[in-house]
Design a protein around this ligand. Structure first.
Ligand code: AMP
Ligand code: GLY
Length: 423
């Protein structure tokens, strides 16, 4: 099969790595891809939101399947256009992607379908938004409606900070993304990411992981896209996963189909788990980054037939996924200054040496000079991933590899996996 992967991050490198390993894959093209994918796939310099150029590329390579990584491509309707062109696509329609692209939509949908989540209100005016705070206890959770690359959620410890966040967002802090807000109650518990595949009717859990959103050790510092992940996550017991499947994933797939926007692709439930009960923090309409990296390392089954089954509506016929017994860890190395002001251009040495069979490196924001020198080109730059018999072994292998990379311009957290290791 000819397969096109859209995206350029560590998530897409991991997907391309897994897809390239499938005996079903004859040609793999990534748009735009990154320097780490060059050995696996042909990379074409097309932006993930340039829908006409991506559709033209899919036609040019006679793609049997297009796999969409990032939400930005879904938001501008890549899946809808591919469908119109008769090309199979793993990725939600623009309407389906609203479970991620509009928090106002998601919260109203959750209410319509009785999904367990935080009580909320949606507002486009400051006065009623502030009045809604009267019925909540601190900390207050203020969310801008649209996509903000993970920056649009403020957890305000005091009323004054909550009101300031409301004013700031409605004044256009995130442009069109924050002309509407969601205010909701704070959910206590432990956070985890649960993933499912769906073809619009059937769904299949594809594992869980725990991310580390804060920039620095001890969960301190600003929120990021994710500084590291591990899988399995002990908080996602079989019972919790089954409950989340029953109370969230299945009703969501059925509800979106009933509302005329069937899902097709990955569903990422951000969960808050308290005393064994999972509640929904948010949905994403894609795999997580860096969660995808650890899932791909642990997945034994060939991924391609499952992606195809989602695109073709035949997921119900697929056998259960098979997993490796090992644990996986991913340590994100980021440019100094990330997330606020990442300093790019610094030279990275030793990232492409042989680290042995347990370690896999996925690239994200890297670039390569004509002479082969690797440089940082973005905020999150490298994903140092490892498998181990135990989580501690996987973590040790990942950090041993980190220590062999010579990159004075980058940093990473040193405590990836701490929640599970502290149990
Ligand atoms: P989101 O973009 O919705 O994932 O929010 C970013 C982060 O804010 C989440 O990963 C949670 O850690 C936190 N968060 C969001 N909503 C809530 C909530 N209602 N209660 C507690 N924490 C939340
Ligand atoms: N790591 C969280 C996300 O992909 O949104």
């Amino acid at each position: 099969m000819n397969i096109l992967v859209i995206g350029s991050g560590g998530r897409e490198h991991a997907l391309a790595w897994k897809i390239a390993a499938s005996p079903l894959t004859t040609r793999l093209v990534c748009a735009p891809g990154n320097p780490g994918m060059e050995g696996l796939a042909e990379c074409r310099p097309i932006k993930t939101t340039d829908v006409p150029a991506l559709v033209a590329l899919a036609k040019e390579i006679a793609a049997d399947l297009v796999v969409v990584g990032p939400e930005a491509a879904l938001e501008v309707g890549i899946a809808d256009e591919l469908k119109r062109a008769g090309i199979a696509c793993f990725g939600h329609s623009m309407d389906g992607a609203r479970i991620e692209t509009s928090k106002v939509f998601l919260k109203a949908f959750a209410e319509r379908h009785g999904l367990p989540t935080a009580r909320h209100g949606a507002f486009d005016q400051a006065a009623p938004a502030k009045a809604f705070l009267d019925g909540l206890k601190p900390p207050y959770v203020i969310k801008s409606d649209g996509l903000t690359a993970g920056k649009g959620v403020i957890i305000a410890p005091t009323r004054a900070e909550a009101e300031a966040a409301i004013d700031d967002m409605l004044a256009g802090r995130f442009g069109d993304a924050s002309t509407r807000l969601v205010i909701e109650e704070f959910l206590p518990g432990e956070e985890a990411s649960l993933f499912a595949l769906t073809d619009g009717t059937a769904s299949l859990l594809i594992g869980g992981a725990q991310d580390h959103k804060r920039a620095y050790d001890g969960d301190l510092g600003p929120n990021t896209g994710g500084m590291g992940a591990y899988s399995p996550a002990p908080v996602l017991s079989a019972a919790v996963e089954a409950l989340a499947d029953q109370t969230l994933i299945r009703p969501t797939v059925a509800g979106m189909a009933a509302e005329g926007a069937p899902l097709c692709g990955a569903v990422f439930a951000g969960l808050m788990i308290e005393d064994g009960t999972p509640r929904l923090v948010e949905y994403n309409a894609r795999f997580g980054d860096p969660e995808c990296q650890v899932l791909m390392l642990r997945l034994e089954s060939d991924l391609v037939p499952y992606l195809m089954a989602c695109a073709k509506g035949t997921l119900a016929k697929m056998p259960p996924l098979v997993w490796r017994n090992e644990a996986a860890v991913c340590v994100v190395m980021a440019s100094d200054g990330y997330p606020e002001n990442p300093v790019t251009g610094s030279i990275i040495r030793g990232a492409e040496q042989d680290f042995g069979p347990s370690v896999t490196i996925f690239h994200a924001g890297t670039m390569r000079d004509a002479d082969g020198t690797l440089r940082a080109a973005g905020g999150r730059v490298l994903n140092i991933c490892a498998l181990g018999e135990t989580l501690a072994e996987a973590r040790d292998a990942a950090y041993a590899a980190v220590d062999r990379i010579n990159w004075p311009g980058g940093f990473c957290r040193r405590d990836i996996g701490w929640r599970a290791l502290a149990r």
